[in-house]
Design a protein around this ligand. Structure first.
Ligand code: CTP
Ligand code: MG
Length: 354
């Protein structure tokens, strides 16, 4: 019976892996969508340059890190290379006016937000059935770097890493636990949970720790630091692909099953901090405690995920007590569905994303 059980588990995992690949392929953005988005970026860059000639408009977030689903929003960051420049909030106001006059976008400038941004949306059109949603921020260089880090992780093992991440994004959106404004976790947070799991929980690891690999040659601290944060990581992916090969041969389905098991059962939410830079840390050692007494207006460190560069920033600070309860409930539900191994993997996926 043990042998039969093992065989059935293997069969289910193989079947599930195939279904995950098939599903994800169909959810990737089309080439046409990517081309339209690149055109939009160029158009916006041209307009911004009429206000700030020395500026560049760069893509970050999912459009730039390889974790993009069809119709995902665009995150853009404006960098200004001149010494004298307008403040971010002045720029937001001026750019808002300009885009209102010159384009078909619906424009919402938010000059007084913690990070001033201009929010844009474009109505659906032929060839663009879902329209476009886009945020433009300024000088957010750390976000550009963390995007590059995630992209490098995606490129080391695209088949397993991208499939896992994209599936989790779909699943978390379908299950309504991907809304930082409503007390649950951002996509960025889920991606960090996956990378943490693949680097630090799996043994042997599926991914190396890019932030702890020795550099090929010595680099001065000015080149490795930004706003006081160490942003160095090993980014020569061609070389890495030649030299680093994971001895972990688990399939994407096995990894996903284990991911749900780990976050429903083993991760210590009370005291643990998931850090992709340093492994599992303690809330206490980071001073990330005490802010979640009952009734405290600033409910913060329920779930702790350390930002890879801004190490004093808890990416999951938006997660409330109820939010965490729901997220953990969803991890358990997913784990239960996968453990029950329904006859066909497709049924499992449909149930997961119900
Ligand atoms: N980001 C960040 N800190 C956060 C949230 C986001 O620095 N607390 C930056 C990251 O660079 C991230 C980008 O903003 O890659 C976009 O975040 P998010 O929208 O959560 O992720 P996407 O991959 O764009 O997911 P989606 O497709 O759901 O928009
Ligand atoms: Mg995004």
């Amino acid at each position: 019976p043990a042998q039969r059980k093992h065989a059935s588990r293997q069969r289910f995992a193989a079947d599930l892996s195939q279904c995950l690949y098939d599903l994800v392929i169909h959810l990737l953005p089309t080439l046409e969508e990517l081309a339209v988005k690149e055109d939009v970026r160029k158009l916006l860059e041209r307009l911004i340059r009429t206000i700030e000639p020395d500026s560049r408009l760069l893509s970050f977030g999912s459009t730039a890190n390889g974790f993009s689903l069809r119709n995902s929003d665009m995150d853009l960051c404006c960098l200004i290379d001149s010494e004298e420049r307008l403040s971010a909030s002045d720029l937001v106001v001026m750019l808002g006016d300009l885009l209102e006059r010159e384009t078909k976008f619906h424009v919402k400038p938010l000059p007084h937000a913690r990070i001033p941004i201009v929010k844009l949306t474009l109505d659906p059109a032929p060839g663009l059935p879902q329209g476009i949603a886009c945020d433009i921020g300024f000088e957010n260089r750390l976000a550009l770097e963390n995007t590059r880090l995630l992209m490098c992780y995606a490129m080391i093992d695209p088949a397993r890493v991208r499939t896992m991440v994209l599936f989790l994004k779909v699943w978390s959106k379908r299950r309504n636990i991907n809304s930082p404004y409503k007390g649950t976790l951002s996509s960025y947070g889920y991606v960090l949970l996956v990378i943490f799991f693949l680097v630090h929980v799996k043994n042997p690891p599926v991914l190396p720790n890019l932030q702890q690999m020795p550099p090929l040659r010595s680099i001065s601290p000015e080149d490795t630091h930004l706003n006081g944060y160490n942003i160095w990581f090993f980014d020569d992916i061609d070389l890495l692909r030649q030299r680093w090969k994971s001895s972990n041969t688990e399939t994407v389905a096995e990894l996903l099953i284990d991911f749900f098991k780990y976050y429903s059962r083993d991760f210590n939410y009370t005291s643990g901090v998931a850090s992709i830079r340093s492994g599992l840390l303690k809330k206490e050692s980071k001073g990330w405690v005490s802010e979640h007494e009952r009734g405290s207006p600033r409910e913060r460190n329920r779930l702790c995920i350390e930002d890879p560069f801004e190490t004093d920033y808890n990416v999951a600070r938006c997660v409330t007590r109820d939010g965490l309860y729901t997220i953990r409930g969803e991890f358990m539900r997913a784990s239960r569905i996968l453990a029950s191994r329904p006859d066909r993997a497709l049924v499992a996926i449909a149930q997961l994303c119900e």
